[in-house]
Design a protein around this ligand. Structure first.
Ligand SMILES: C[C@H](O)[C@H](O)[C@@H](O)C(=O)CO
Ligand SMILES: [Mn+2]
Length: 421
C-alpha cells in the first residue's frame, strides 16, 4: 500500500470523529520550531579565545564529525533541515558570533558579527532567536554573573545582555520576524546559602537595567529562563522558577520553561495553561531530562505528547514559542537534531488529531470514564500514516528513510571532517 493509500484510510478513521485532517496538516505547516544551533558543536561556539564549557551544564560523548567552524555548523543544520518538515527558526547563542579572527569581548558584540547567520537565514527562509551567553567565560568562573557581589562583573554581563538585545533587534528588522532573546544565567551556590535574598535583589536590579532600554516588540521579545539546579549550584539557584515567574509577569516579559529545569515529577505541560492566563506568550525549551537536567534528545514520550496537547487544545499555537534545548555528543549530531525536531512536530500533529472538543465536553459532564476511554483509544489510531503522508507532502523523507540520508552525510562529510582534524 502506498503512503497516500494508508493516509486515506487513516483520514477516514479520524474523520469519523469529526477531525479535519487536511486542516490539521495545514495548521501544522505554519508552526515554527526554534532549533538550537548548539546541538551541532556541543555548546562550543566560535570565540577566538574560546573557554571550556561551564555554567553547570555538560555534554558527554565524542561522536566524530563535530562542527568546528560556522560554515560546518550551518552545513550540518542545512542537512538536518532537509529531513525536517516545515519552515523553522535557528536559535543562536552569542558565542556563535563571527569576529574574523579578532578577540571581541562579549560586551562589545555588534550586529555585524552575526551578518553571516542573517544572510544564511534569509537564503533559507529561517527565523533566528538569540541568547546572551553568560557562561564559558573567565568572568563567570565562580558561577556568578548578573547577581555577582562585584558590581564590575555585574556591569560586564549587563552590557553583554544589552548588546545581545540590540543584536536581536537588528536581526528582527533584517528578517522581518521578532527574535526571542532569552536570558539564562548559571548563578547559584553549591551549598546552602547564608543569604538567598541578596543575590536575587541584585539579579532583579541587573534585569531592570538590561530592560530599561525600550526595544520594539516587532523586532525583539525578551524571555527569562529559570532553573532548579546545575552542576555546582545544587543547593541554590538565584534565577529560580518563582523568581522569574514573578519577574516576567510583573514586567511583561516571557517566562521560558525548560522541561529539564524542574523537579523530576514536575511537568511543564501542567504549567502552560496556568501561565497563559497571565501572559500573552510563553516560551519553551523542550528537552528530555533523564533523572536530572541531562539534555537528552527529545523523545516522542508521554510528556512531549502532553505538551503538544496543551498547546493545541488551548488554541495556543501562536502564543507558545517552541524552542528545543538538548545536546548529545554520543550520537550523530545531525540525527539528534532530526529526531528531536521531528518528534516535537509529531507531538503537535498527534494533538491536532485528537477530538479535543469532545474530550472537554466529557470532562465538563463529569464523564471521566469516557474521557479516559477515548484518550486511550486514540493512542492506537493510525497516527503514523498521517505523519508519513505529511512528510512526503512536505518533501522530506517519510518513516525511517531520513536515516539513510544521515548515514550518507556521515560518510561523505562527517567522517572526512573527523579524519582531517
Ligand atoms: C545552552 C543552555 O542549555 C541554555 O542556554 C540554557 O537554556 C539551559 O537550559 C541551561 O541549562
Ligand atoms: Mn534551556
Amino acid at each position: 500500500m502506498t503512503i497516500e493509500q494508508r493516509y486515506q484510510l487513516a483520514k477516514a478513521q479520524y474523520e469519523s470523529w469529526g477531525i479535519d485532517v487536511d486542516a490539521a496538516l495545514a495548521k501544522l505547516k505554519q508552526v515554527p520550531i526554534s532549533i538550537h544551533c548548539w546541538q551541532g558543536d556541543d555548546v562550543g561556539g566560535f570565540e577566538v579565545n574560546k573557554q571550556a564549557l561551564s555554567g553547570g551544564i555538560d555534554v558527554t560523548g565524542n561522536y566524530p564529525g563535530k562542527a568546528t567552524t560556522p560554515e560546518e555548523l550551518r552545513q550540518d543544520i542545512e542537512q538536518a533541515l532537509k529531513l525536517i518538515p516545515g519552515q523553522h527558526r535557528i536559535n543562536l547563542h552569542a558565542i556563535y558570533a563571527e569576529t574574523n579572527g579578532e578577540i571581541v569581548e562579549r560586551d562589545q558584540l555588534k550586529p555585524h558579527h552575526f551578518q553571516n547567520w542573517i544572510d544564511w537565514a534569509k537564503k533559507h527562509q529561517l527565523g533566528i532567536d538569540f541568547n546572551p551567553t553568560l557562561f564559558s567565560h573567565p568572568k563567570a568562573d565562580d558561577g556568578l554573573t548578573l547577581s555577582h557581589p562585584d558590581q564590575s562583573i555585574r556591569d560586564f554581563w549587563i552590557r553583554h545582555c544589552q548588546a545581545s538585545r540590540r543584536i536581536a533587534e537588528h536581526i528582527g528588522k533584517e528578517l522581518g520576524s521578532p527574535v526571542l532573546t532569552n536570558i539564562w544565567i548559571p548563578d547559584g551556590y553549591k551549598d546552602t546559602p547564608s543569604d538567598r535574598l541578596g543575590p536575587r535583589k541584585r539579579l532583579k536590579e541587573s534585569l531592570d537595567t538590561i530592560f530599561s532600554e525600550e526595544i520594539d516588540s516587532t523586532y525583539n521579545l525578551d524571555a527569562v529562563e529559570s532553573k532548579l539546579f546545575g552542576i555546582g549550584s545544587e543547593a541554590y539557584v538565584v534565577g529560580s522558577h518563582e523568581f522569574y515567574l514573578g519577574y516576567a509577569v510583573q514586567n511583561n516579559k516571557l517566562c521560558l520553561l525548560d522541561t529539564g529545569h524542574y523537579h523530576p515529577t514536575e511537568m511543564v505541560s501542567n504549567k502552560i495553561s496556568a501561565l497563559l492566563l497571565f501572559s500573552d506568550k510563553v516560551a519553551l525549551h523542550v528537552s528530555r531530562p533523564v533523572r536530572w537536567d541531562s539534555d537528552h534528545v527529545v523523545s516522542f514520550d508521554d510528556e512531549l505528547k502532553e505538551i503538544g496537547l496543551e498547546i493545541v487544545r488551548n488554541d495556543a499555537l501562536n502564543n507558545v514559542l517552541i524552542g528545543l534545548d538538548f545536546f548529545d555528543a554520543s550520537i550523530n549530531r545531525v540525527a539528534a537534531w532530526t529526531i528531536g525536531t521531528r518528534n516535537m512536530i509529531k507531538a503537535l500533529l498527534y494533538a491536532l488529531l485528537m477530538p479535543n472538543d469532545q474530550l472537554k465536553v466529557y470532562q465538563e459532564q463529569g464523564d471521566y470514564t469516557k474521557r479516559l476511554a477515548v484518550l486511550e483509544e486514540f493512542k492506537s489510531y493510525p497516527f503514523g500514516a498521517v505523519w508519513d503522508y505529511y512528510c512526503e507532502r512536505m518533501d522530506v523523507p517519510a518513516g525511517l528513510d531520513w536515516l539513510d540520508h544521515v548515514n550518507k552525510y556521515e560518510d561523505d562529510v562527517l567522517v572526512k571532517r573527523a579524519n582531517k582534524s
